[in-house]
Ligand binder design. Structure first.
Ligand SMILES: [Zn+2]
Length: 85
């Protein structure tokens, strides 16, 4: 039987091993969308950077505000493109 689990980051393409940690990113943040929407399997490094970008986009007048679902998708797609994915 073949394992169906993804073995590489969907953004930077690195394979998971002891150095590259696997993680799951909810394109639509769980805190706003309760786990709905796409889940992408990406490495910890990409995940941290992506969360940082999202946080910056959400911050208006020092408060975090919810963006639209479309905006979260755009952030993901642009980030992925910036990494050549
Ligand atoms: Zn990655």
């Amino acid at each position: 039987m073949k394992r169906r689990k993804t073995t590489e980051c969907q953004i930077c393409g690195r394979e998971y091993d002891r150095k590259v940690k696997f993680s799951r990113h909810h394109v639509l943040p769980k805190r706003y969308f309760k786990g709905n929407g796409k889940v992408e399997e990406i490495c910890r490094d990409c995940h941290d950077e992506l969360e940082f970008i999202i946080k910056k986009q959400e911050c208006k007048d020092n408060k975090r505000t919810k963006l639209t679902a479309k905006e979260y998708h755009v952030i993901f797609v642009l980030y992925k493109a910036s990494k050549g994915g």
